[in-house]
Write a protein that binds this ligand. Structure first.
Ligand code: NAD
Length: 391
């Protein structure tokens, strides 16, 4: 009898698994809460007012061939891995092989008021929300009532978003006849440097580029509490905000822990070299909700690069599984990190190379092209290439 393969989540890991199975003509069902795959790593561009939001998502029906894959739009509310079924919008779905690729969610660290008063850059809808709020705020900015946009968390997400907003503000100001000095953009980071995961020279460069764009960068400043219109810090006076965007970290999707999967302190499921959680031979966990050990034994950071490689690898392994052959261990090929700092600049580490300026940004655009091609060939590339800016 045909095995029922069920993929939960149409992010980078889930979509890559689905596309890989499709190429092998292996039937599957894909469950997602939205009818589209969003390019999550580019949401700062949507929030920062680049032209066509629809360039940043693709309908699942344009990716999945209905002869091979069934799409089910709904929210997964529980995974019964002992009974081999999941609950989707209250209805059970049975499986023989389960792929969990449900991604991560915002980490609030229990900071009082943070979840209630902040907005997060979390997917397409929240990115559009930030975009709309920015327009409304800029329209109202005056010398007496300047607008304070605070981004909390100077990791890669915070830095990419801040760079994008900083480039957009002068355009918005011109459009609405507002003086750009009446809009303050502030990036807050608890550590002594922004992008602490990058090389020191790149940290310095990121700060310099953002400051040149008019961003106030405040490091060594830890968000301790958020109230309506005000953010409080451990050792600094409070700041008023018109919009507070939290980009301070992520954790694995909490559904995993709630469904009895073993999880680490970041809510991610430790997996073996073929992505099985301990003792679950018919379940694979990939992407941001998997804790896959790196060379030093510590879990690799959750990135789209890793999730896509995991999805490709898993699709091949499921092909082997169905043929009764042994599965291959996953060996990630981490090529480095590239981050944009607004529309014309970037920073990155590729192998031993430290990149900055236009080269890093260009490589990042090339990555976008490569990804579009990898999921849907020319058809997807030509439809969505509006997100790519070579110049
Ligand atoms: P992160 O955890 O990497 O960064 C969050 C930042 O917020 C940290 O620098 C942290 O010190 C700071 N922070 C935490 N609590 C704070 C507080 N109370 N006050 C002030 N600052 C605080 O989270 P992220 O940037 O969302 O990234 C999540 C994952 O996604 C990472 O693995 C990252 O590498 C990856 N990512 C990659 C890219 C890229 O490759 N271009 C882009 C975005 C995200």
């Amino acid at each position: 009898m045909e095995k029922q393969i069920l993929i939960l989540g149409a992010g980078y890991g889930g979509v890559k698994t689905a596309c890989g199975l499709q190429r092998q003509d292996i039937p599957f069902a894909l469950v997602n809460d939205q009818p589209y795959h969003q390019f999550t790593t580019l949401m700062h561009e949507v929030a920062g007012g680049r032209d066509h939001p629809d360039d940043y998502r693709i309908a699942l029906q344009d990716l999945i061939d209905p002869r091979v894959g069934k799409i089910r739009i709904g929210t997964v509310s529980a995974i019964d891995w002992k009974g081999r079924r999941v609950q989707v919008d209250g209805a059970p779905l049975e499986y023989d092989v389960l792929v969990v690729a449900l991604g991560s969610e915002t980490e609030f660290f229990g900071i009082p008021g943070l979840q209630k008063y902040s907005v997060q850059l979390w997917g397409f809808d929240s990115a559009l929300d930030i975009r709309r709020r920015m327009v409304e705020l800029v329209k109202k900015a005056t010398a007496e009532h300047p607008v304070n946009v605070i981004v909390g968390g100077g990791g890669l997400t915070g830095v990419e978003l801040t760079g994008e907003l900083a480039d957009w503000i002068p355009h918005l100001s011109r459009q609405y006849g507002v003086h750009p000095e009446h809009i303050h953009l502030i990036l807050i980071e608890a550590m002594e440097t922004i992008v602490p995961m990058l090389d020191v020279e790149l940290q310095r460069r990121a700060r310099q580029v953002l400051e040149q764009k008019g961003v106030q960068v405040r490091t060594g400043t830890k968000v301790a509490e958020v109230k309506e219109g005000q953010v409080l810090f451990d050792d600094h006076p409070p700041l008023s905000y018109s919009l507070f965007i939290w980009t301070g970290g992520v954790r694995g999707n909490r559904l995993l822990g709630e469904s009895g999967f073993p999880v680490d302190r970041k809510g991610r499921v430790p997996v073996d070299p073929v992505f099985h959680p301990k003792g679950m031979s018919d379940v694979f966990v990939i992407g941001d909700c998997a804790a896959f050990p790196g060379p030093d034994g510590r879990p690799l950071p959750p990135t789209a690069q890793l999730a896509t490689q995991m999805g490709d690898h898993l699709a091949q392994n499921i092909g082997l599984l169905l043929k009764g052959r042994p599965l291959n261990a996953f060996h990630p090929h981490l090529r480095g990190t590239l981050a944009s700092l607004g529309r014309g600049q970037g920073i990155g580490e590729v192998g031993n190379w430290k990149l900055a300026g236009g080269t890093a940004r260009f490589l990042k655009e090339a990555n976008k092209a490569r990804y579009l091609w990898s999921i849907g060939g020319w058809k997807t590339f030509s439809r969505k290439r509006g997100q790519i800016r070579w110049a």
